[in-house]
Design a protein around this ligand. Sequence first.
Ligand SMILES: [Zn+2]
Length: 217
Amino acid sequence: MTAPTLLRDLTPDQQRQRDALVALLVAALIFGVGPLAAAILAARIAAWRDTASAIYADLGIDDDPPDPDVPTLQAEALQTAHGIAATWRRDATAAATALATAYLLAHGTLHGARARLTRELHGWARDHAAWKAAQVANAETGDAAHAATLAALALVRAGSTDFAGDPQALTVTVWPDTAAEPFCSEFAGKTYPASMASSIGPFPAHPNCLHYVAVNS
Ligand SMILES: [Zn+2]
């Protein structure tokens, strides 16, 4: 097994220059973790409230739906933001390194590379951010909605609401009813007694998982 042609062809001096440029390019792409955590928190709170309200409305409950525990959601949002930032930095560094290496091999120097690599890296960032953002939004709102479903069900089942039906007869169903992932296909489309809700999933179970637990009215 020989070293990849691209890396073998670079001198140590060229590699140092390349890595310095990569660090500069990546630093220009990095966003603050604080604003990201704030956006995630807002999305989680909205999803939590929407889900709890929808369940109460579907069950004909007039009481105010439960509120999320904001400090918990805040801590989770910050942790998620740090994870996303670390992944983003790693992916951006790999992309910038590949672009700078290709430039070096084609031109033998990095002179004049910065403007072009900045442009190319912004193109990469735009494409990468589009699918990454959708993935993060799905995971964050899905996670909060799942927690809200369990919290609302716990209150209804405990008899703490004006629900007119029999709380012990409530059931839940996992939607959508088909799944590509083996984990999700065990649950997809199945109906369970509400007492089992906390042992289903949790969903979303993987990146881009669309499954969720719905309370049947
Ligand atoms: Zn799934």
